[in-house]
Design a protein around this ligand. Structure first.
Ligand code: 2P0
Length: 364
C-alpha cells in the first residue's frame, strides 16, 4: 500500500537556567512536585541551549528520539508523561499548501520523531535536562497546536525534569511548588523579563565536562529520606529567602541578591553533605587531577569571598549546582572582567589547576 508521504516539522531552541534559590527534594516522585519554591535565571540562548526538532508523519510507526545524534529510549516514565500530556491537549492542524489535515483525534495514533542537540556537556551539572525537557514540551506543543500558555506548558515540562519548568520563560523565573496533589498549581511564573536587570553578566567555569557521579534525582531522594537539615531548609529557610530574593531582583539590589545566592548554594551543598551516604558535588574526585580538582570549587568560593570583602560591597555572586561547574554572576561588565582576570590568575589555562573552559554570557 502506498503511504501518503508527508512530514510536518517544528524546531525550537530553549536555554538552560541556573537556580539562585535551589530546588532540592520532591514530595511526589512521579509528578515531580518540589518541597520548596525555587528561583532561577534563564541564560542567553546563544550560549547554553538545546535545539529540538520534532516531526510527525503517517509513515512513522513508533515514537523515537535522538539526543546529540544517538538514539535514546523513550520508555521512561518522564518521556511518556510529557508525550501523553501534550497529546491529550492536541488540536486540529491544517496545512493547505501541503494538503495536510490532522484532527485532534488523529494525534492519538500518529507517532513523532524527535532530534535534540545540546551545545554544552550533557549531564555534567549544566542543567541539560532543564533545557532538554523544556524544549521537547514546547516544540511538541507547537507541532500539535496545543492552545495553552507557557505557564500551563511548564507544568508538563516539570514532569520531565523539575528544573525544566523554569526554562519556559526568560529573565528571572519562580517555580511555585503549589499545594494541589495533582500538581496543577506547581508551575513556573515569570518574575521579571530578561531586560529588567541586563547589567548582570554570568560566567560559567567548567571544571570538568564528565558526567556527574550522583544523579540529581537519586541524590535528592536520599536527602529527603536521610537528612535532618532538609526539613528546616524547605520549611523555614527557603520561604523567607524567596520573599527577600524577589524583592532584591525587583530593586536591582545586588548586595542582597549576592548574599542570598551564595548562602543558598552553600546550604544546598550542606544538605547534600548531611545526606547518608553523603553527596559531594563540589568534590570532583574521579577526575584525573584528583585531590587538586577536589579543591578547585572551594578555592573559587574563597577567591570570590575575599574579593567581595576587600571591595566593601559584593561584586560577584557564586552558585554551584549538582556538578563540577562554578557559576559566577557579576554585578556588571566591569566586575565580570575583573573576575575573569582573577580566575585566569588563580587557575591559569594548561596548568595543573586549570578549569576546562569559561563560558561568558549576558543574561537574557
Ligand atoms: C535547581 N538542581 O534548582 C537544582 C539545584 C540541581 C541543584 O534542579 O529529578 O535535574 O529531574 O526533577 O531538575 C537538578 O535537578 O531533577 C536541579 P529532577 P533536576 O536547579
Amino acid at each position: 500500500e502506498q503511504s501518503k508521504k508527508w512530514v510536518l516539522m517544528v524546531t525550537a531552541q530553549t536555554p538552560t537556567n541556573i537556580a539562585v534559590i535551589k530546588y532540592w527534594g520532591k514530595r511526589d516522585e512521579n509528578l515531580i512536585l518540589a518541597i520548596n519554591d525555587s528561583i532561577s535565571v534563564t541564560l542567553d540562548p546563544a550560549h547554553l541551549c538545546t535545539t529540538t526538532t520534532v516531526a510527525v508523519s503517517p509513515d512513522f510507526d513508533e515514537d523515537r528520539m535522538w539526543l546529540n545524534g544517538k538514539e535514546i529510549s523513550l520508555a521512561g516514565g518522564r518521556y511518556q508523561n510529557c508525550l501523553r500530556e501534550i497529546r491529550a491537549r492536541a488540536s486540529d492542524v491544517e496545512d493547505e499548501k501541503k494538503g495536510i489535515k490532522i484532527t485532534k483525534n488523529d494525534w492519538q495514533n500518529l507517532h513523532v520523531h524527535v532530534a535534540s542537540y545540546n551545545n554544552f556537556p550533557t549531564a555534567a551539572g549544566l542543567a541539560s535536562s532543564a533545557a532538554g525537557f523544556a524544549c521537547l514540551v514546547f516544540s511538541l506543543a507547537k507541532l500539535m497546536n496545543v492552545q495553552e500558555d507557557n505557564g500551563r506548558l511548564s507544568a508538563i515540562a516539570r514532569q520531565g525534569s523539575g528544573s525544566a519548568c523554569r526554562s519556559l520563560f526568560g529573565g528571572f523565573v519562580k517555580w511555585v511548588m503549589g499545594k494541589e496533589e495533582d500538581g496543577s498549581d506547581s508551575i513556573a511564573v515569570p518574575l521579571v523579563d530578561e531586560k529588567h536587570w541586563d547589567e548582570l553578566v554570568i560566567i560559567i567555569a567548567v571544571v570538568s565536562s564528565r558526567q556527574k557521579e550522583t544523579s540529581s534525582t537519586s541524590g535528592m531522594r536520599d536527602t529527603v529520606e536521610t537528612s535532618s537539615l532538609i526539613e528546616h531548609r524547605a520549611k523555614e529557610v527557603v520561604p523567607k529567602r524567596i520573599i527577600k530574593m524577589e524583592e532584591a531582583i525587583q530593586n536591582h539590589d545586588f548586595p542582597t541578591f549576592a548574599q542570598l545566592t551564595c548562602s543558598d548554594s552553600n546550604q544546598f551543598h550542606a544538605v547534600c553533605m548531611d545526606t547518608t551516604p553523603p553527596i559531594f558535588y563540589m568534590n570532583d574526585t574521579s577526575h584525573r587531577q584528583k585531590v587538586l580538582m577536589g579543591c578547585q570549587l572551594f578555592r573559587i568560593i574563597g577567591c570570590v569571598e575575599k574579593w567581595n570583602r576587600s571591595e566593601g560591597t559584593p561584586q560577584v555572586a557564586y552558585t554551584f549546582d549538582a556538578g563540577p561547574n562554578a557559576v559566577l554572576i557579576a554585578r556588571n561588565r566591569k566586575a565580570a572582567t575583573l573576575m575573569l582576570q582573577r580566575l585566569l590568575f588563580h587557575f591559569p589555562p594548561n596548568s595543573d589547576t586549570d578549569l576546562n573552559s569559561y563560558v561568558i554570557g549576558d543574561k537574557s
